[in-house]
Design a protein around this ligand. Structure first.
Ligand code: UTP
Length: 310
């Protein structure tokens, strides 16, 4: 097999309806929800850039303006901050503007993640490319994408990120059946199923929102019928590659053991804010003691009182 072209493009699907976060997402994409003081999408673009992917295609839907504006100049705001000499805030405003070469394509109807990825076909062309879900944050202290890019270039296959989840959670994810390889953190995927019914999951290895795909995925997506939830599922297309002919190169998984936050889920969103805020230089020093005392109060309130059972 020929050496694959190096990956230079990142595709970020951000066109979902975000219904789990209503009403916050009625007029704003969930990818713009702040995680501490940065929208989730900025963490994701920063991750792509630090892995060397400066060409970013965002797949947007309704309410796309906030996303475009965030990565564009903000003339009025810049002028006010500049006239006040507030360089620190000015730097924060400008950082997102120059971060990456950001392009946009509309999805139209949100017909599923597979459909969103297919919208990237023209922009991507015939190269392998990365997909980073716009509401999924990987903690920068636990880099994942560089490892996936390395595995992709070595094996020239399709690579997905896998996370071991609690068996009670498997019905929320695409789940992989795997075989080991010589590399401890890399597995060969022999089967994939989207959101298996509780009790039927083939494993507890869940696909999370990072992929390095070969361009052949577009041909497969073009013929992928709507699956779970009536949506065109990326997992279904990956299943075809995993079980398919040798030209497809198969599918491998990189098993991730670091910190990951699904900001599209309300509970995970709350956890993300707390976990990131406690380690922040500017906020942690005040936030940590407050959180410790708050948790102690909660613990005391929940502890059984004298005379109660338990
Ligand atoms: P989700 O399944 O989490 O998105 O998709 P959703 O449908 O917006 O969420 P809920 O369940 O209604 O709350 C994962 C990622 O794929 C994108 C989303 O924006 C998110 O980043 N996506 C999903 C699309 O771009 N298009 C789609 O049609 C579906």
């Amino acid at each position: 097999m020929a050496t694959p072209a190096p990956v230079s493009k990142a595709v970020i699907p951000a066109a979902g309806l975000g219904t789990r976060f209503l009403p916050a997402t009625k007029a704003m994409p969930k990818e713009m929800l702040p995680v501490v003081d940065k929208p989730a999408i900025q963490y994701v673009v920063e991750e792509a850039v630090s892995a060397g992917l400066h060409d970013v295609l965002m797949v947007t839907g309704r309410n796309k303006n906030a996303l475009e504006n965030h990565f564009d100049r903000a003339g009025e705001l810049e002028a006010v901050l500049s006239s006040k000499g507030d360089d620190e805030k000015l730097q924060k405003v400008n950082f997102a503007t120059g971060l990456a070469d950001v392009h946009y394509v509309r999805q139209g109807d949100p017909k599923g993640l597979g459909h969103a990825v297919l919208r990237a076909k023209m922009h991507v062309g015939h190269e392998p490319f990365a997909v980073l879900l716009g509401d999924d944050i990987i903690d920068e202290r636990d880099p994942l994408l560089p490892r996936m890019l390395k595995v992709q270039s070595e094996l020239n296959t399709t690579v997905v990120a896998l996370l071991e989840v609690d068996p009670s959670q498997t019905h929320l994810y695409g789940i992989a059946t795997v075989e080991p390889t010589d590399e401890e953190d890399v597995v060969r995927i022999t089967g994939l199923v989207e959101k298996p019914a509780p009790g039927t999951s083939p494993s507890n290895l869940a696909i999370i929102g990072r992929y390095v795909l070969r361009p052949e995925i577009f041909d497969v997506l073009e013929r992928t019928e709507p699956g779970k939830g009536g949506e065109i599922q990326l997992t279904d297309a990956l299943q075809e590659l995993a079980s398919g002919p040798s030209w497809s190169g198969g599918v491998h998984g990189v098993v991730f053991r670091g910190r990951r936050y699904d900001t599209g889920d309300r509970l995970d969103y709350l956890k993300a804010i707390v976990q990131l805020a406690v380690d922040r230089e500017d906020l942690g020093v005040d936030f940590r003691p407050w959180l410790t005392s708050f948790a102690a109060q909660l613990g005391a309130a929940e502890a059984p009182q004298d005379g109660e059972d338990g």
